[in-house]
Write a protein that binds this ligand. Structure first.
Ligand SMILES: *[C@@H]1O[C@H](CO)[C@@H](O)[C@H](O)[C@H]1NC(C)=O
Ligand SMILES: *[C@@H]1O[C@H](CO)[C@@H](O)[C@H](O)[C@H]1NC(C)=O
Ligand SMILES: *[C@@H]1O[C@H](CO)[C@@H](O)[C@H](O)[C@H]1NC(C)=O
Ligand SMILES: *[C@@H]1O[C@H](CO)[C@@H](O)[C@H](O)[C@H]1NC(C)=O
Ligand SMILES: *[C@@H]1O[C@H](CO)[C@@H](O)[C@H](O)[C@H]1NC(C)=O
Length: 643
């Protein structure tokens, strides 16, 4: 055997020598030929399109509904599918690509240990190496403040009044937690534990309230962002290490985190200050219809831009009396100063730093974790929309309850309560046989449909002021179902409580289809696409029946239909369920939470480092990519020699 291999042996050596020579020459050209300083000053941040994607790959639309179907949702799905495919195909596949994109987008070198982050992410089979814009969005303003001041603010938050837990990393370990009794802190510490070995000494302030905390006025934020933009640098030489920071010495600077009590007040009063001067939130005289058309389909009322549907600068005035967080929140303790607080969710004007919610990392929490034992194939599921939850969302008394989002939703799906005179607009087929696939807006009496097509109720009626007696004749609780029993239904709707709902990952991972309305942003938003992975819904729910009749269909002659007919799109619903499941098992895993946390903590550690402009990873990434190739080549070679 060895004899047959013998004559081939010199080849790899020749090849290596040849490549080495090429690399040497390229290096020489690069070193001598490129004016690094000149390049740095000319860096312009623009949307990146550095990698070619074959158009066929995006236009391939085998999982699209029928061409002839002109329902507005079909067109929306087609657009979003293209966006998603493009997004997926444009993900980097090597370290060199990741850092090239990083520098182009953010105008800086990646933070120290970024190479370790990449190895960590690869090991965990990360499918979306570029999906981390949220981290930069959250941290950019802090480049407008000196690092010592940021650290002093963390210190200043170390009081019970601040309602934060402070977690400390010392000597590459999670050393202690101040106010650890807050339930969120335990899981947060667990997440940090996985990556602490890579991190410098850090103090991290974590919000333990449900509600987000920070709203910096728009004008001030723009100043901070301008400083950040002006100070972007990519020095030729950097240290790929964090500095040693003495956090315990940060007490020197006295700062006031500026918290104040705002529970139950009109949140738009402070939120609108965080909005641009030309926005609807600050110019209520603008035409709401025109504003709405920027994110909502003018014909069917379907959400075209889910991100914008929760933008309080656009929608806030319309929603301010329809969402508990905005008009009757039970605990709002905000600050209008730019302070570094890590939180699980926020509204678009908040400056909290998002981290993956604890509920997404705790496999033992049966109220939120996906348990496949309750799930089954699509065709075995009940053809209904299902929801259970408690009466949360804000302070409930006899004057506020009917405007809280969960109460509104339960009321508008209650067939008994709806009665015969309530109507909603749906999109009905224009002709009896639907031969031309055209639809037209039609009034619809949903009372009977709601009885048949929905199973929505509170599981518990609690936390009312002064007590829940006033709800006795208006609501009835249907307790007793475990969370995993939700998966017996085809359509699972997710509605905000005091803040985000925490069920979302489980819904996406299941074989059921998710429907979502929310005003809250979370860490994963950028990786999920409406109409591809879930059906988006307006926070006013005015599109609910148009949505449900599209997916479930409305038979000719059904009670309340007044002769209207909507063809069923069960296959399209199943496709959404399948796509969300497939994608969620790639990008919403426990590992993905760790990958996000790792990158987030590296960025945070850099922005609080006195040396932040001179530390970072300044290489071209080739040595890390070579490791992977070596690994592969080495294995091949070993197998080859041992034949
Ligand atoms: C705290 O910082 C000051 C100035 O940076 C330094 O002079 C002093 O020695 C430090 N104190 C401790 C206890 O490290
Ligand atoms: C609401 O409750 C308050 C006391 O909690 C009572 O005075 C008032 O009459 C009630 N209003 C209605 C409309 O029931
Ligand atoms: C509602 O309409 C149905 C038929 O469409 C009718 O049988 C029923 O009596 C009506 N109920 C009321 C309260 O008007
Ligand atoms: C539906 O409304 C009726 C009348 O308002 C009420 O008695 C019933 O409890 C409600 N059902 C649910 C599930 O809340
Ligand atoms: C949502 O919109 C804002 C403002 O246009 C943008 O900065 C942000 O990146 C968007 N988020 C997502 C997830 O698309």
């Amino acid at each position: 055997m060895a004899a047959t291999n013998g004559p081939l042996r010199p080849w790899p050596i020749f090849l290596l020598a040849f490549c080495g020579a090429c690399l040497f020459i390229i290096n020489i050209i690069l070193i001598t030929g490129v004016d690094v300083k000149g390049r740095v000053s000319k860096i312009i941040v623009r949307p990146h399109k550095p990698f070619h994607i074959p158009p066929d790959a995006i236009n391939e639309d085998s999982d699209l509904p029928d061409e002839i179907d002109r329902h507005p949702i079909v067109a929306l799905t087609r657009d979003q599918l293209k966006k998603f495919k493009k997004h997926k195909l444009s993900q980097s596949s090597s370290f060199s690509q990741v850092i090239a994109k990083y520098r182009l987008k953010y105008g800086r070198h990646p933070p120290p240990k970024f190479d370790e982050w990449y190895r960590f992410a690869r090991k965990r089979k990360c499918a979306n190496l570029d999906d981390f814009d949220q981290i930069m969005d959250d941290l950019r303003p802090f480049y407008g403040i000196p690092p010592a001041e940021i650290r002093a603010m963390v210190r200043a938050m170390d009081t019970p009044k601040s309602r934060v837990s402070i977690l400390r990393i010392r000597s590459n370990k999670v050393a202690e937690t101040l106010r650890p009794d807050a339930w969120r802190a335990g899981i947060f510490a667990k997440m940090l534990g996985v990556i602490a070995e890579y991190l410098p000494d850090l103090d991290i302030a974590m919000n333990y309230l449900d509600e987000p905390r920070v709203v910096v006025p728009w004008e001030e934020l723009q100043e901070r962002l301008a400083i950040e933009q002006k100070n972007r640098v990519q020095p030729a030489e950097t240290v790929n290490e964090f500095s040693k920071i003495d956090w315990d010495n940060a007490t020197k600077v006295e700062v006031d985190p500026g918290f104040f009590e705002f529970s139950g007040m009109n949140y738009m009063d402070i939120a609108s200050k965080g909005c641009p001067p030309g926005s609807y939130a600050r110019r209520p005289e603008l035409d709401i219809k025109r504003i709405e058309s920027t994110y909502k389909d003018p014909v069917g009322g379907f959400i075209r831009d889910f991100n914008r549907s929760s933008d309080l600068c656009t929608m806030g005035p319309t929603l301010s009396n329809l969402h508990g967080f905005l008009f009757s929140s039970s605990t709002t303790v905000p600050s209008q100063k730019l302070i570094p607080i890590f939180g699980e969710c926020k509204v678009n004007v908040n400056n909290d730093i998002l981290f993956p919610a604890n509920k997404y990392y705790d496999p033992d929490d049966t109220r939120y974790a996906y348990d496949p034992s309750g799930d089954g194939p699509w065709h075995e599921k009940t053809d209904q929309m299902f929801w259970r939850g408690v009466t949360s969302g804000g302070v409930q008394n006899n004057a506020t309850y009917m405007n809280l989002q969960r109460h509104r939703f339960v009321a508008m799906t209650n067939g008994t309560k709806l009665g015969n005179d309530t109507t909603y607009t749906i999109m009905a087929a224009i002709s009896e046989d639907n031969a031309i696939g055209e639809y037209t807006p039609t009034y619809f009496h949903p009372a009977n449909f709601a009885k048949v097509a929905t199973d929505v109720a509170f599981s518990e009626i609690v936390w009312c002021v002064p007590n829940c007696d006033f709800l006795a004749d208006k609501l009835s609780a249907r307790p007793g179902l475990a969370f995993k029993d939700s998966f017996k239904y085809k359509y699972l709707v997710d509605i905000d409580g005091h803040s985000f709902s925490g069920r979302w990952h489980a819904f996406l991972k299941s074989h059921s289809m998710g429907i979502k309305a929310t005003i809250f942003k979370e860490w994963h938003d950028q990786r999920l696409f409406e109409w591809v992975h879930f059906a988006p819904m307006d926070n006013r729910f005015d599109d609910l029946y148009a949505l449900l009749t599209y997916f479930m269909g409305l038979e000719k002659g059904a009670e309340g239909s007044d002769g209207a007919y909507v063809p069923r799109h069960d296959t399209e619903a199943k496709r959404i369920a399948d796509r969300s499941r497939e994608w969620a098992t790639q990008v919403l895993r426990k590992e993905d939470v760790e990958i996000y946390m790792f990158r987030l903590m590296l960025e945070y550690a850099r922005v609080v480092d006195d040396n932040r402009d001179h530390i970072g990873y300044s290489g071209d990434g080739s040595e890390v990519d070579a490791e992977e190739k070596d690994g592969w080549w080495g294995r091949k070679q070993r197998r080859w020699w041992s034949r």
